[in-house]
Design a protein around this ligand. Structure first.
Ligand SMILES: [Zn+2]
Length: 252
């Protein structure tokens, strides 16, 4: 680490949980963020400022006026720009030393697998639909890529961490939310979302991504539900579903 890095990341290095060694791990890490919206915005901002060496951001949308209420990585000058381009430019203004790769398309299962086979430390699922979440869960499990999954609607949010480096021991997203052809898609566009709630969950995703890189693992077999109205967190325990078609012994 050079002098500028020691200065920039000094408040991290002071922490015994991080120290020089942990900051060096962050400076060598590759994180993929799928979806740069309400969740992906704070997640990307914190990961970039923390010095993650390489961020790959995926989104196929353009910046819309209705996004600015909560997607804090964008500003009025970015309206109608491609999200990944605007996000990249804004992240580089915070930290010009990191490498940001952009993917301006919806990745299918095979493309995502190819990406994850390329040395990815953590995948952040910041998408807004079940279809994408099930694909991400399946491919993360298959490629043993640690996954941090977040979602938020109205005044509620949830956060799940799956360290698939230890996949024999832990369950997966489908163990908690079985894929029974979910028809009813809850989307912010239809149901609304209070802006700071996505900020809280997206920020937690960045926190858990950093912890996975530092090998701090205390989210095994539990997930978090956040109620922004009551300002309460619930910790829910779950078990690996022996019948799960993604992660059960018979499907490995
Ligand atoms: Zn499972």
């Amino acid at each position: 680490m050079n002098d500028k890095e020691l200065e920039r990341y000094g408040r991290h290095i002071l922490l015994p949980e991080v120290d020089y060694e942990g900051q060096q791990k962050l400076l060598n890490a590759h994180v993929v963020i799928v979806g740069v919206g309400g969740l992906g915005s704070p997640a990307a901002l914190y990961l970039a400022s923390s010095g993650i060496k390489k961020l790959t951001i995926c989104d196929f949308d353009k910046v819309d006026l209705s996004n600015l209420q909560r997607q804090i990585i964008y500003n009025e000058e970015n309206l109608n720009e491609k999200k990944v381009i605007a996000a990249k430019n804004n992240l580089l203004k915070i930290n010009s030393n990191i490498d940001i790769q952009t993917i301006d398309q919806k990745l299918n299962e095979f493309e995502l697998e190819e990406l994850l086979n390329n040395g990815v430390d953590v995948l952040l699922d910041c998408s807004d639909n079940f279809h994408t979440r099930y694909i991400i869960n399946k491919v993360s499990f298959k490629t043993s890529t640690p996954l941090v999954s977040g979602s938020a609607i109205r005044m509620q949010g949830q956060l799940c961490v799956f360290d698939f480096r230890f996949k024999e021991k832990i369950g997966c997203y489908e163990c908690i939310f079985p894929n029974n052809n979910v028809d009813e898609e809850l989307r912010c566009a239809d149901h609304g979302i209070l802006a700071p709630v996505v900020g809280i969950i997206g920020t937690m995703q960045a926190l858990e991504a950093i912890k996975l890189i530092l090998n701090i693992n205390n989210m095994q077999s539990k997930f978090l539900l956040f109620d922004g109205n009551q300002n309460e967190w619930k910790v829910i325990k779950y078990h690996k579903d022996k019948e799960c078609k993604i992660c059960s012994a018979s499907s490995i």
